[in-house]
Design a protein around this ligand. Structure first.
Ligand code: FAD
Length: 439
């Protein structure tokens, strides 16, 4: 698998990922365009971020916009994620933001996350089959006794900000879920989960309808500053633009844009799905399709029951791209699943296994905005971007049009550079070992 830290470029025209979504979903993609020689605004990366930025620029600012992607539209994370539409991004909870920057900023961040959720809900309402939405909320599970108190603090902060959340004690939780690693739960009542491919397709359809040209199978190889904009060399030739938006997120090749080099750690997240659970297994686990779950581990596990009763289970994958497909990572997920759910002890294989890159920032939260003259980027969502990316795309478009963004940490500074960036993989390896040892 392509590795943003070791491969020079993302190869173009690759097959779609071999995921459950690709196998079980029929979507209609919009017509695509051929590469122009010039575009007022050029966006690299046609995932949720790039598409939302493009639509905002075309619709609200009447810009002529082209989006290029090395592969099919939404080939990256936006077609292969778990579909949890959460009210968060990065790895910091609201109580941590409150400790760092005070209640006022934390409340403003909560409001921004709410806006992101509402944006995705608008997309869902425009999808012919509502993106197969499941509306039972998202539950964060304390996986061990020590995790209960910090989770309860998060609950209290959210309550103080009038967020629709509920607290589930271990006893209440055990009435609905038979999971050994669920000692208490913080439920976000208005969060949903979706089929991510359908979300990408409806976003792409509406973006094309707004007049944006979408160009597939066109990989950007280098970017060069011009007197009045940028020139991008691609596998389909050169294109110039007045403004350039980098929406390649975790898939950004390390040296594609010098202003981003060394500022993100691409980490693999992997998913398996089981065969459809039997009625007995459903009864034994207490799983229903309504809710989605993630635990409080440093290296988190997340799971949800899909509409056809398969269980999707995800977690951190390999460190390097070349090991991404190794079955040991799927085995690890299956083992974790069986350890959590005694009712699934007899499941002995997975049906689908796939991985994708998420962009981890040094200080655990994303950045969106200018990174140079007429150059803009959004990245570092740390694996929580299904809802935030829609808003990030919109904010990025606003920044590109010279509008002032809300005074939130996400929009005020560029991503921090990792110390000794060439050692990122070594640091990641050490961190994974530390996490496994401590938990
Ligand atoms: C396995 C997995 C599960 C996840 N589950 C969840 C979840 O349940 N909830 C959640 O909130 N988040 C989840 N995420 C994260 C979420 O999917 C991402 O944060 C979000 O989709 C990012 O969207 P994006 O548009 O910024 O980037 P992407 O969707 O990754 O799009 C980037 C695009 O850029 C293109 N590109 C890269 N380089 C070039 C180039 N040189 N030239 C042209 N094109 C290029 C790529 O082909 C790609 O299509 C998950 C991620 C993974 C991998």
């Amino acid at each position: 698998m392509y590795d943003p830290l070791s491969d020079k470029h993302l190869p173009p025209a690759q097959h779609a990922v071999d995921s459950y979504w690709e196998k079980h979903t029929k979507v209609r993609w919009p017509d695509t365009a051929s590469m122009p020689k010039h575009s007022d605004v050029l966006i690299i990366g046609a995932g949720y971020t790039g598409l939302n930025a493009a639509k905002t620029l075309a619709e609200s600012y009447q810009q002529q916009v082209t989006v290029i992607d090395a592969n099919r539209i939404a080939w990256g994370c936006s077609s292969r994620n778990a579909g949890f539409v959460m009210k968060s991004t990065g790895r910091l909870g609201l109580s941590q933001w409150a400790d760092r920057l005070g209640d006022k900023t934390a409340k403003a961040i909560a409001d921004e996350h709410q806006t992101a959720l509402e944006l995705v809900k608008q997309w869902i309402s425009q999808s012919p089959d509502q993106c197969d939405v499941q509306r039972g909320g998202y539950i964060k599970l304390a996986h061990r006794a020590k995790a209960i108190e910090p989770l309860r603090q998060q609950y209290q902060t959210l309550k103080q900000f009038n967020q629709p959340v509920s607290w589930l004690s271990g006893e209440q939780l055990s009435e609905q879920l038979n999971n050994r690693h669920a000692l208490a739960g913080l439920k976000f009542d208005d969060c949903v989960s979706v089929n991510p491919l359908k979300l990408a397709a409806v976003t792409a359809q509406q973006t094309a309808k707004a007049g944006v040209d979408l160009v597939e199978n066109c990989s950007a190889l280098s970017v060069k500053r011009l007197a009045d904009g940028w020139q991008v060399e691609t596998t389909e030739g050169a294109v110039s633009c007045s403004k350039l938006l980098i929406c390649t997120n975790a898939y950004t090749a390390n040296k594609l844009v010098p202003a981003l080099t060394g500022r993100s750690l691409p980490a693999l997240s992997s998913i398996i799905t089981t065969p459809p659970l039997t009625q007995q297994q459903l009864a034994d686990t207490g799983l229903t399709p309504a809710q989605s779950y993630m635990d409080t581990r440093i290296l988190k596990y997340y799971f949800r029951l899909l509409p056809d009763n398969r269980l999707l289970m995800g977690g951190r994958g390999a460190i390097r791209g070349k090991q991404a497909h190794h079955p040991s990572y799927a085995k690890q997920l299956l083992k974790a699943l069986k350890q959590s759910f005694p009712g699934l002890a007899t499941i002995d294989h997975w049906q689908h296994f796939w991985s994708g890159w998420v962009s981890v920032s040094l200080d655990d939260y994303p950045r969106v905005g200018a990174i140079g003259d007429n150059l803009y980027a959004a990245m570092g969502y740390c694996g929580a971007g299904v809802s935030f990316s829609s808003l990030a795309g919109k904010r990025l478009a606003q920044a590109a049009m010279g509008e002032e963004l809300p005074r939130l940490p996400y929009y005020q500074s560029p991503l921090k550079r990792f110390p000794m960036p060439s050692m990122r993989r070594v640091g990641q390896w050490a961190y994974y070992h530390y996490a496994r040892l401590t938990e």
